[in-house]
Design a protein. Structure first.
Length: 455
C-alpha cells in the first residue's frame, strides 16, 4: 500500500524533560520544570511553530510506592500535573495545535470524563482529544480501592461500554439546541435535548450532560492498545491510534490489520489516523547522534535498568547477574499490563539472548529510534509514510525541549520541502488538521437523498 498526495500528521508526546530515563539529568534546565505551566506553554508553542497537529500528555493516576530507590532515579509520573487541567491552561497560550490527554476508563466515571473533555473542547475552540486507556499498573488500582488491575479482557469490555456512554453524553444537546431566544424567553429547545438512560454490564446512568455540544461535535478519540482487544476497540471507536513497531514490515502489517477491521463496524479507513512511534535524535552526522544517545545510556543507573525492564516484562530480574544471558524460564507466559512492551522485551531476550545490561541499553520502550542528520530522519519518515506503514508520527524525544527544537529547526523544513508537512494551518479544529469529519449527533435525522440517488 503506497500513499501519495497527502501530508503526514505529527504529534508530540510531551514528557516533562524527555522520554529517556536520564533526561532529567541531561536537560538544560537546572531546576525542576514539572509543575511550571510556562515551561509547557513554551514547548507547546514550539510544536505549534513546527506545525504539529497534536500536543499530547500521557498520564497515570498514581505515584509509585515501592522500589523507591529506582523511582527516585527515574521519576516517571512521580511529579506531574493533571492533564486536563494543564491542557486547559495551554488552550489560552496556543491557537492551532490540538491538545490531547490520557484519562482512564477504569478510574473515571463517564459523566465526569465527558464533562472534562467537552469543556476542554469548548475552551480550546475545538482542539481537544481524549486518549482512551484502561490503565495498566497496580499502583493506580490500589489508589482506587483495588488490590490489582482486573484482567486485560475485562478492562477492555468496560472500556468499550464506557466510550459509547461518553459519546452519547456528548450528544445530549443537538448542535442547534441552544436557541437563546430572549424574545420568547426560551434558552434551549427541549425537543433537541436528549437524556441518556443506560443500564449496562459495567455502567448504569440516567442523566444528561449539562454542556452544549462542542465545536468538534465531540473531542477526537485516541487509542493505543496493540493487543487483540485493543485493536478491536480501536477499529470500532478510535480516530487516532498511537502504535510502535521496530521494522517497516511490522508497521505495514499492523496498518493493514487495523484498518482492515473497520468495515465490520461500519467505518472506512480514512476515519482513522495511525501514528507510528518515533524517537528522533538530530545531529550533524549519524555518528554524532549515536554518541549523544550513548551518553544518555551511560547515565542509566543499574537499579533503573532493572526497574525499566522488570516493569514491562512483569517480572523481577534484579537478582540476575547484569552481564549473563537472561534465562528463558524467567520470562512470564503472558502479559496482563502492556502487551506491546511485553512482546518487545520477550523478542529481544529470546532472539538475541541478551544480558540484563544489554537489554536495558537496547530497550526503547515502544519508541523506534531514528538517529542521524535531518535528511536521514526525513528519509526514514518519508519511507514509512509513503509505504503504508502510518499516517504520521507520534514523536517522543529523548531530551526535551532541546530535541524538539532541533527537529523543528532542521527536520520540519526538510519535510515541508518534500510536500509532506503543511507550511501553515488551514483549519481551526484538530479534526480539520487531521482531515477527520465532524461527527453528526446520534440523534440527528439521517440525510435525505433525492430519489434515484444510490446509498
Amino acid at each position: 500500500m503506497t500513499k501519495s498526495g497527502n501530508q503526514m500528521a505529527l504529534a508530540l508526546l510531551a514528557h516533562v524533560t524527555g522520554a529517556h530515563p536520564s533526561s532529567w539529568m541531561a536537560s538544560a534546565r537546572t531546576t525542576n520544570p514539572s509543575n511550571d505551566v510556562d515551561y509547557f506553554a513554551d514547548m507547546a508553542a514550539l510544536a505549534e511553530a513546527g506545525r504539529f497537529d497534536l500536543f499530547f500528555l500521557a498520564d497515570t493516576p498514581a505515584a509509585r510506592t515501592e522500589n523507591l530507590d529506582a523511582w527516585s532515579r527515574y521519576p516517571m509520573y512521580m511529579n506531574i500535573l493533571e492533564p486536563v487541567t494543564l491542557l486547559t491552561a495551554l488552550a489560552g497560550r496556543t491557537r492551532h495545535i490540538g491538545l490531547g490527554g490520557t484519562a482512564s476508563t477504569s478510574f473515571h466515571e463517564p459523566y465526569n470524563l465527558a464533562r472534562l473533555f467537552g469543556s476542554l473542547d469548548h475552551i480550546s475552540k475545538g482542539r481537544a482529544a481524549w486518549n482512551v486507556v484502561t490503565s495498566s499498573n497496580d499502583y493506580a488500582a490500589r489508589n482506587f480501592g483495588l488490590h490489582a488491575m482486573p484482567p486485560h479482557a475485562r478492562r477492555y469490555d468496560r472500556a468499550r461500554e464506557f466510550v459509547d456512554v461518553v459519546k452519547a453524553l456528548w450528544d445530549t444537546y443537538d448542535d442547534d439546541a441552544i436557541v437563546f431566544d430572549r424574545e420568547n424567553g426560551v434558552y434551549f429547545d427541549p425537543a433537541r435535548f436528549h437524556p441518556l438512560d443506560h443500564d449496562g454490564e459495567f455502567i448504569k446512568l440516567h442523566g444528561a450532560l449539562n454542556l452544549a455540544r462542542s465545536p468538534q461535535g465531540r473531542p477526537v478519540i485516541i487509542q493505543a492498545g496493540s493487543s487483540e482487544a485493543g485493536k478491536e476497540l480501536a477499529a470500532e471507536t478510535a480516530e487516532v491510534v498511537f502504535t510502535s513497531h521496530e521494522t517497516l514490515a511490522a508497521a505495514q502489517a499492523f496498518y493493514r490489520d487495523l484498518k482492515g477491521r473497520m468495515a465490520k463496524f461500519g467505518r472506512t479507513p480514512d476515519q482513522l489516523k495511525i501514528l507510528a512511534g518515533l524517537s528522533p535524535t538530530v545531529a550533524e552526522s549519524k555518528a554524532a547522534a549515536e554518541a549523544r544517545h550513548q551518553a544518555l545510556q551511560d547515565m542509566i543507573h543499574p537499579t533503573v535498568g532493572y526497574q525499566r525492564i522488570g516493569m514491562d516484562l512483569e517480572a523481577d530480574l534484579s537478582d540476575l547477574d547484569p552481564d549473563q544471558p537472561i534465562p528463558l524460564d524467567r520470562i512470564p507466559k503472558s502479559a496482563n499490563l502492556s502487551t506491546v512492551y511485553f512482546e518487545q522485551i520477550v523478542r529481544l531476550i529470546r532472539d538475541e539472548r541478551l544480558t540484563p545490561r544489554q537489554l536495558w541499553q537496547r530497550y526503547e520502550r515502544g519508541n523506534a529510534p531514528a538517529r542521524g542528520t535531518a535528511t536521514e530522519i526525513a528519509d526514514r519518515m518519508e519511507e514509512w509514510f509513503t509505504q503504508g506503514a502510518c499516517d504520521g508520527f507520534m514523536l517522543t524525544f529523548p531530551v526535551l525541549p532541546a530535541g524538539l527544537a532541533d527537529f523543528v529547526a532542521e527536520v520540519v523544513p526538510a519535510l515541508q520541502g518534500r510536500g509532506l508537512l503543511r507550511r501553515e494551518y488551514e483549519g481551526e479544529t484538530l479534526r480539520d488538521h487531521l482531515g477527520l469529519n465532524r461527527p453528526a449527533s446520534r440523534y440527528a435525522a439521517p440525510a435525505v437523498r433525492p430519489a434515484g440517488v444510490a446509498r
